[in-house]
Design a protein around this ligand. Structure first.
Ligand SMILES: [Zn+2]
Length: 63
């Protein structure tokens, strides 16, 4: 079972098993994408594109 948390605010978004997942955080509206082969949690998914809203700044670096 993989627990999915928001990269920005660390809100728990989902848990389960998946190959690829794109999910938008309802709290900070950041777009999170995960691939099952990526290390979770705490890892930074490769090729993940994030958008920030509501003045929330992601702590991870942007491309
Ligand atoms: Zn969030």
């Amino acid at each position: 079972m993989i627990e999915v948390r928001c990269n920005c605010c660390n809100k728990k978004l989902a848990e389960g098993e998946f190959v690829k997942l794109n999910i938008k955080c309802p709290r900070c509206r950041a777009m999170n994408c995960y691939v099952a082969t990526s290390p979770l949690p705490g890892g930074s998914p490769a090729g993940c594109r994030r958008q920030s809203g509501n003045g929330v700044t992601p702590t991870t670096k942007q491309e």
